[in-house]
Ligand binder design. Structure first.
Ligand code: ZN
Length: 225
């Protein structure tokens, strides 16, 4: 079975559509999303609808929580502005969908037992980079693949026969490559690959400017930082 793993869409409709097309083209059987569907970009409702229809499982990200509660005290000013804008522009059906999300999910994909969280199993806000990804995070047994998001920096780290995977960010990469990012796990071989796809960055950035969101959020898409 081919599992497409997406995360950190951040209301970037153009990037999400490119990833959706690419995942369909390569025949993904299942799509899952590790949170932060909204925040930063100009298309929260469109992205909620697509992820709701596309992803078999999704978890709650810190930007979902901020959009639902308007609590932004821990955010930098650009992120806080975008969270308030998102909250005010969220449709009733988007809000309803986001309210169904939980901090973590566990599920079977083919033979693989997968656990998925936004930040870490401990916290939606914890940043786990490749060097932090440890056996302790995976837990003693029962989880073959741990999926995390939040950092916007992709990695696949094998730990024994198990894996910790961050699929990077669909909608706001921060590893210096501006292309949309996701991961594909072949559950029969245990091989997980990071994929990059081009998308219309100019259109996504001008929509951010047009919506009155901070220009910094548009500019960073071109740099992938
Ligand atoms: Zn994020």
């Amino acid at each position: 079975m081919k599992l497409a793993i997406i995360s950190d869409v951040h209301s970037n409709l153009h990037a999400l559509n490119s990833v959706k097309d690419a995942a369909e083209l390569e025949g993904a059987d299942l799509v899952v999303c590790a949170g932060d569907i909204v925040g930063y970009g100009a298309f929260p409702n469109e992205c909620c609808r697509i992820v709701r229809d596309l992803a078999n499982r999704s978890v709650l990200g810190n930007h979902e929580r901020a959009a639902l509660t308007k609590v932004t005290t821990w955010m930098n000013p650009h992120a806080a502005d975008a969270a308030i804008w998102t909250s005010e522009n969220l449709s009733a059906s988007s809000r309803e969908f986001l309210e169904t999300l939980t901090n973590g999910v566990r599920f079977k994909a083919g033979d693989a037992s997968v656990a998925m969280f936004h930040g870490s199993p401990r916290s939606t806000e914890e940043y786990i980079y490749e060097e932090d990804a440890s056996e302790a995070l995976l837990g003693p047994e029962g989880t073959d693949v741990l999926v995390l998001g939040h950092t916007h920096v992709p990695f696949v780290k094998p730990i024994g026969k198990r894996l910790i995977v961050n699929p990077g960010a669909v909608g706001q990469p921060r590893d210096g490559d501006p292309r949309a990012c996701y991961a594909v796990l072949d559950t029969s071989t245990g091989k997980c690959t990071i994929r990059r796809v081009d998308y219309d960055i100019v259109a996504a950035a001008s929509a951010i400017e047009g919506a009155g969101l901070p220009g910094f959020l548009a500019d960073r898409l071109f740099a992938g930082r």
